[in-house]
Design a protein around this ligand. Structure first.
Ligand SMILES: Nc1nc2c(ncn2[C@@H]2O[C@H](COP(=O)(O)OP(=O)(O)OP(=O)(O)O)[C@@H](O)[C@H]2O)c(=O)[nH]1
Ligand SMILES: [Mg+2]
Length: 395
């Protein structure tokens, strides 16, 4: 049986909750004649909220449960009691999900950040109870209004992986092998084409604690733009990458010409989106451990005028692999983790060695006084110097 594990496009039915009805009730109590109207309002219907989350990496949950209905508001009741609002439905989606209106094809929102919340369908307003219709000349109103329906429509979600660098190449070029070398990700590697069927993102870690995300997507073949192989479906996962990395099999496995591969790859990318060719790119000559590769590399440079980084993914500490890691770092300059909001761009190494900016450091005890009595009961605390503690004033 074929099991689907990765879904990057799905259409769901979104329905916000209906508002609760207003109540048409009258106060009835012993010794209170003519109690008057006391019907409360209905509660608001629940919203349908989409929220970006690092904890999910596929739209598979929505594929199997595409009906996203928020709770209806509760009706109002006597004694002027308001109905409860319907509970909001929060739908977690991976960062990089675009939401479109399925009927009009219009982009609703692009969710790119963890925690980013967007109310896509608003719950209907609750109805009014009969207390609102009381006037001096109309003292026993029976009028009350029903709750309004919430928004309801179909939404198409499209996931476009967010990574700093995207690996592009023909099947068997060694993209997954490279990702295994530079990151902790463990994509499957085998000598048959289309080993990788889903995009996989790996995190490359550096000594200064900075990180970069590299995406491996299924191989692209000639004619992918017309739907060949796995088509261009997966190029959208590369489209958000800041850097494009062309992985070329320099050994010319299966009688392929590496220089042709490079031209064809660029052509397919151009057919998908010509603006992608203007992105910064790196060309890698893989499988340089094979005898034929050196000869092919000279011809590659001659034919294309591009000098790629020669590497072999058979060893993790290969010179070319290390150079590739350094090059993507140089191009992107990620900021080291834990730098209290310091932005990238200045260069992580310089940033780490530079004198710390006072405003960016975490708060200290300075200027804060802790009462002596409080300290006696808090022996487990990492106590500040005595001078910072304040003596109890005796009166
Ligand atoms: N000799 C040699 N073989 C390599 C090298 N890198 C990868 N291979 C082999 O090439 C074959 C394909 O490697 P993969 O990493 O699966 O290639 P891929 O580009 O991810 O392929 P798809 O997922 O099918 O698109 C495997 O048999 C690897 O062992 C290398 O540097 N030298
Ligand atoms: Mg692969």
């Amino acid at each position: 049986m074929k099991i689907r594990k990765f879904i990057d496009q799905v259409t769901v039915h979104v329905r916000a909750g209906k508002g609760g009805n207003g109540s048409g009730s009258f106060r009835r109590e012993a010794c209170i004649p003519l109690g008057g109207p006391d019907g409360g309002d209905g509660g608001r219907g629940g919203h349908v909220i989409f929220q970006g989350s690092h904890d999910v990496n596929s739209l598979i949950n929505l594929y199997f449960a595409p009906q996203l209905f928020a709770e209806n508001g509760v009706a109002g009741s006597g004694r002027r009691k308001y109905g409860r609002n319907g509970r909001d439905l929060i739908v977690k989606v991976p960062c990089g999900t675009e939401l479109y209106n399925a009927e009009t094809g219009q982009l609703i929102v692009d969710i790119v950040e963890h925690g980013q919340s967007v109310t896509v369908a608003t719950g209907g307003k609750g109805g009014l109870g009969n207390v609102h219709f009381k006037t001096s000349t109309h003292q026993a109103p029976v009028e009350h209004t029903p709750g309004v329906s919430g928004d309801e429509f179909r939404v198409t979600l499209e996931l476009k992986t967010i990574a700093d660098a995207g690996l592009l190449g023909f099947p068997n070029a060694g993209k997954s092998s490279l990702l295994r070398c530079v990151s902790d990700a463990q994509p499957k590697v085998a000598s048959y084409p289309f080993t990788t069927l889903n995009p996989i993102v790996g995190t490359v870690k550096y000594d200064d604690f900075s990180q970069l995300r590299v995406a491996d997507v299924p191989g692209i073949i000639e004619g992918a733009a017309e739907g060949g192989g796995l088509g261009l479906r997966f190029l959208k996962h590369i489209a958000r990458s800041t850097i494009l990395v062309y992985v070329i099999d320099m050994a010319g496995t299966d009688n392929r010409d590496p220089w042709d591969d490079y031209v064809k790859l660029r052509r397919e990318v151009e057919q998908y989106d010509a603006s992608l060719l203007e992105r910064p790119s790196i060309v890698l000559a893989n499988k340089m451990d094979v005898d034929q590769a050196q000869e092919n590399l000279s011809r590659f440079i001659q034919e294309t005028g591009v000098t790629p980084i020669p590497l072999s993914t058979l060893e993790r500490e290969n010179e070319g692999v290390v150079r590739f890691k350094r090059e993507i770092w140089e191009l992107l300059r990620p900021s080291p983790l834990g730098s209290w909001g310091r932005e990238g761009g200045e260069g992580a190494v310089e940033a780490a060695s530079a004198a710390p900016d006072e405003t960016l450091l975490p708060p200290t005890y300075e200027g804060e006084f802790i009462h002596e009595d409080a300290l006696k009961h808090a022996s487990f605390l990492d106590l500040p110097p005595k001078s910072l503690t304040k003596k109890k004033r005796r009166t």
